[in-house]
Design a protein around this ligand. Sequence first.
Ligand code: F42
Length: 146
Amino acid sequence: MGGMSSETEYAPSPMSFVADMVEKIEQAGTTTVIDQGKGVVLLTMRGAKTGKVRKVPLMRVEHGGQYAVVASLGGAPKHPVWYYNLKAEPKLQLQDGEVTSDFAARELEGEERELWWARSVEAWPDYADYQTKTDRILPVFLIEPV
Ligand code: F42
């Protein structure tokens, strides 16, 4: 087998609705094809263990050119795997609408987290419900342009 090394290989999510959504965004060339609240953004990151390219759609929480993403996974007991990817390698690409740019992710704490948590709940009120379903404090990352 020739071709792609793991460094460039895209590994679709095993959750089929997520893989379908990524495909829909890529075919349309824009995240706005997804009609969900105020929309979604598409994060492209590297798998912490495999080094493969991982694409994760998340709710769009934007303020002044910065974004937040919430590792909610619907209030599941465990963090989504992408949480660990971003902790290991904060560099990522974020697509909002038709525009894809380079960003860096930083997990927030304290007052900064409170501020962006409030913005996240404003954009996607279900986050407040997800928080009641789990003992973990839902992680919030700030996604800043680089
Ligand atoms: N999830 C959220 O947590 N927050 C959101 O706001 C959110 C919004 C959203 C909107 C639309 C939509 O379609 C999905 C949305 N999701 C949201 C779900 C989100 O897109 C993710 O699919 C979900 O959070 C699950 O992510 P996950 O990273 O846990 O993915 C699992 C199912 C997965 O793909 N696992 C892979 C696998 O093969 O089992 C591994 C992926 C991976 O990165 N592996 C690493 C590697 O090295 O390649 C290894 C990592 C390790 O440490 O094991």
